[in-house]
Each structure stands twice: as C-alpha cells, then as structure tokens.
Write a protein that binds this ligand. Sequence first.
Ligand code: CU
Length: 509
Amino acid sequence: MKSKILITGLLLSAAIIGGCSAGGSGAKDTMDHSKMDHSNMSEEEMQQMNGEMESSEMENGHMSHTNPLALNDSTGENELALPPLLKPQEGEENIYTITAQIGETEIFDGIQTKTLGYNGSFLGPVIQVNEGENVTFRTKNELDETTTFHWHGVDIPGTGDGGPHNYVEPGQSKDIKFTVNQEAATLWFHPHPEGATAEQVYQGLAGLIYVEDARSKTLDLPNEYGINDFPLIFQDKQFDDNKQLNYKLAHNEDGAIGDTLLINGTINPKLTVGQEKVRLRLVNGSNARNYTYRLNTGDEFQQIATDGGLINKPNKLREITLTPGERAEIIIDFSKYDAASDIALLNESGAILLPFTIDEQKSSNPSNIPTNLNDYMVTDEERKLPVSKKLELFGMGNMVAINNKQFDMNRIDFTQKQGETEIWEIYNKSDMMGGMTHPFHIHGTQFKIVSIDDQEPPASEQGWKDTIAIDAGETFKLAVKFNNKGVYMFHCHILEHEENGMMGQVEVN
Ligand SMILES: [Cu+2]
C-alpha cells in the first residue's frame, strides 16, 4: 500500500517537473479532469488554479506528503513540555475559561518566536471532563482576527461545535454549555474559521480535552499525568532564518509540511520515564504530515484507544499510522529496558521523533494492562443498513472537492435526523497518477467503521473514530449518528485541503 503511494507520488513529481521544463502547463494533464464536473468553476478558473498549484509545488521544492520533506532527528536536548491541566474557574465547578491569545515563545534558546496559544503563548491546556457532566467552555478571543473554537471529536450541539458559522470576533467572549455525552477519550480543540484555520493551527492554536467515564476510572491503566500518562502533540514546522513560524514559507496547496518536529511545542524533545508501563496519547496535530510510529528496537507496543474511546482489547502492534486529526493511545512497557537502553520513537523513514531516557529511580507501577477495556461493536442492525449518503473525494492541491463541489457556507449538502444511524459511503477516487490519502473528519460525532472495501477494518480501527485515513481507491462505510442537532462540517483534515474547499455540511434536525 505505502509503496504504491510512494511510486505514484514519484511519478506525479516526475510528470510535474516534466511539465515545467516543457513550458509550465503540464500539471493539468496529470489529472483526470475529464470526469470531474466543477460546477462552480469555469475552465479558465481551473487552469489558473492548476498554474498556481504547479508553481507552489515547485517553489516548495517538494511534492506534498506523498514524498515529504524529511524531518529532523530529535537530539533529545530538551525535556518534553507538558500542557498544563486546566482548572475550572474559581468557585465555579464546571466553567472552563479558554482564551485564544497572541504571544511569544522561546522554542529556540534565547530566541522569541511569535506564536498563538490558548491561555498561554503556544498550544493550550488539557481540559478534563467527565461523562455526564454539565460543562461550560467560556471562550474568549484576544487575537486580532476572527477565530472559532472547534471541539474535535466532541458530541456537541451544532451551535457550540465551533465550525465556521460559530465565529468569535476579537474582544468577544462566548459561553458553550453542553453535557458530556461520550466515552473516555483523548480529544482536541483548535480553530476553524473560514479561510484561516490552517494558519491559526500552524501558529499554535491547539489544545486537548480528556474525557473520563465510570469505566475508565476503574480500569487499571497508567493514568498519572506526566508520570506514566503523557499527551504527545506532533506538529511539523518550517522556521525561517529568524526562527519565526512563517506560514507562507511552509504553505503548500496539498498541506503545509515542515522539516522541524515539535512535540507539545518542544523542539528536540526527550521524555524521561520510569521502568514501567507508560501510556502515550498520540495526537497528530500537524496540518498535513502523516506519521507511522514505531520503536527503534522494533519491539511491540499495545494500542488501547482510537480517536474517540478505548478499544475492546489491547492491540499488539509494531507500528501505527496517524494522519492529521487522528489520535491513538498506546502503552509501551519500559520495564523491559534500563538506563543503558537506547530506545526512541521513530517515524516511517527512521527520523528520531522522541528519544526516551529511563530513570530507574522513578517510582514504578507494576500494573498489568487489563485484557478487557470496552464493549464497542458494530451491530448486525448497523451492518444491514443500506448506504444512504455517498461521498466521493477527489483531487489535489487547489482542485480538491467532495462530490465535485467545493465548500459553500450557504449550501447544506446533506440532512440527517437526530439520533438516527445512517451509513455513509466515502470513496476516495483515484486519478490517473494514483491519488492521495485524505484524512476524512466529521464534526459533532464519533462514528464506527463498518467496512473498508467491504472488509472488516483492522483491529487498530475497531473503535470510535472521528477521522479516518482514506487511501486513493478505497471505499469506507461508516455508521454515523448525531446525538445533537445543528449544522456540522465534514472535511479533509489536511488543513489546506479543507481551506481549498474539500468540505461540506450536514444539517441534523
Ligand atoms: Cu485531502
């Protein structure tokens, strides 16, 4: 699968380079446009878009994430930063204040980088909530531009979801009240304003939401924050000569890709752990980069959760891939190693993402991971439901579309009844050169993967999901239910594809 994607990427690069040397109009011929009905674009506009796409590809000197810029190896010189845990407002048990603000952050020693953050200069806190709890998220915009507060993976009424309709102007504040209505999970939040999502996330707006439930609290899983339970927010950045986050420099129509990895905002991170089982909550918070995580030793680890909840049984893996927006929780058993061990988390091309230091003095928790974690299942009833919504993802660069349409805030693409499960069929249509993987996300719900090309999904995806990696040519069937009403986005989570119109709206009533 991956080699196929790499080969098509290389072919596409070759075709585009060929097109450039032949006079610069080659790119449009590398895509099968004849079958694409761009009802909202004229032929002239399409050609112009192609030209822009081609020049931006060439300026960046790389061919999107099918063959991305290499990432740096972490030198491990900085201990990983941990996002602060957000306390409720004084005297107000369930009110959490989240302020989007402008700041400066010392990412490089002695250098201030202009950044954005929630309740701080860069990234955001962890909001901890419990299933059944009535909470208020008191959002404040102290930026000098419009933003929204989108709760990625949260089962929430549409008016509070923070899609492009729910904007908060500079200086404004808005309370979002809702009842937490979902299982224990690692969720996240980020802005979603029309036209500025990709840049605001890139500049640092992203935070975490942990949900706990009655079951998760009784399970003997590592849960001591910063001791044996760590969030890891992976983001690749491109710094300019002044060590600033220059979005224009990193921008690419197929997604901003950087050569420098930050985890929780830390450059060259290392993580010190005890000789015990450690839970890592992996969050792909990058605009466009995919990560396939593995250990340098080739050793197994155990996956315990997908995007939206615990999976039924720990899943032994040697690698796991997350596309932008996706999360997974894994447990690494460090009791097998000692202070002399050389152990690190790598990506698919061998870049050192996170070296580990083992501190034998650190208290160790001898817990055994429970064998039963959840009772997730796709029911027979759900399997028998007919497909009632069909979506076709197609294109690349500026030319991305869903069902041949680009996003229009004034157009509702689908309707669905509150509380009713429907089968959504999502097909990623290949182009002549193959195509690319699109991480497909639906707001306001956690859904189930019923099948991938009519087969059972792999164990790593048998759990609640809100974002799925759909490779070119693949068809996913999803059982989708909205528990609340409102208008929700569905889109590609390569943020530049979303900005380029690879997004639609479903109205739930
Ligand atoms: Cu996409």
